[in-house]
Design a protein around this ligand. Sequence first.
Ligand code: URA
Length: 418
Amino acid sequence: MNILEIIAKKRDKKELTREEIEYFITEYTKGTITDYQAAALVMAIYINGMKNEEITALTLAMANSGDILDLKDLGIVVDKHSTGGVGDKVTLILAPIIAALGVPVAKMSGRGLGYTGGTIDKLESIPGYQTDISIEEFKQNVRKIGISLIGQTMNLAPADKKIYALRDAISATESIPLIASSIMSKKIAAGADKIVLDVTYGSGAFMKTKEKAEELAEVMRQIGEFAERETVCVITPMEQPLGRNIGNSLEVIEAVEFLKGNMEEDVKEVVLALGSNMLRLAGKGENLQENKEIMLETIQNGKAIQKLKELIQNQNGDTNYIDNLEKFEKAKYVMPVTLEEQGVVQRLDAEIVGKTSVALGAGRIKKEDKIDNSVGIHLEKKIGDYVTKQEVVAYVYANDEEKGKEAVENLKRAYEVL
Ligand code: URA
């Protein structure tokens, strides 16, 4: 088999066979297919799409590119994943709540992709927290405290790790076959029995319309069925950023505040919708409303924040930062954003906000870029809020004055007030 023929076939809108897909994944993982060849094929898939059989073959080949974890001895493990968003700190909140309710959480998360953030980058803003641990330690953590959140650093779906970073660097993120295979290969490899997926749509999501999100959801549900992992998709809007903070340590701070009881309404809705389904799949209760109430109780009685601290401590993170959020390193410049108009916020473009945050250093432009944990954006005003002239609508947190000024100008464009 020859990678040039495979690239040419997809370039010419033809269907790839299972053998061709497996060849590409095996050889790219080994490094005998180069990044530029893989980039060409990935871009051809992005442009010309794939049939469902091709997507399933791609997903299974990616899942089988490394180890497949067997977590049977941990009980029913329910995993969660999002198709991506701006300000999406849901995993940081949801995982400890679910673990505090006695459902094992063994989750492999991702890094930032395009203008969306990644849980692993956020967790690494907590000094000491280790996302790169052995499989044995990962399982041991779940056995000991009921939860472990790790990065894709073990030999789990290594093909996805390479393709994910490649897609991020070549603007090939918004694609149903590439997203579905990326997410489902990781979930299958990480050993979850049941999977709850947050499929987002809107300006801050890879799927811009609800219909597209439903299409992506159906593809992933079918892959789950094929792989015998029950998969439930919850479709959620991402028209504006979720919550108020965007940026790594800023999002950790917002997540901790949430678990301390200071809950933003939009974040709360998504957390409860996903969590109530996770509890149902884990056999903890069929009634979603009752499940939501149990989750809220777990926040109110302090068990959820306690579980987050246990998780952080168990993975070598410094929990003093959670007890004292002031300890997080501050950005050098905090710049207010004001608008010339007065009225009600009609639009707050999440994609612009996400890209602005990446440009400040909260995400990567090149694969090897280092993240700046302290930069980002805090939103004072969101859709539906009234704004007077010169009132502060947001703050930019920057370590570079020029980048900060540019971010302020960009954010002005993200708001529409009427
Ligand atoms: N999350 C992933 O893991 N992969 C994607 O492609 C998008 C979101």
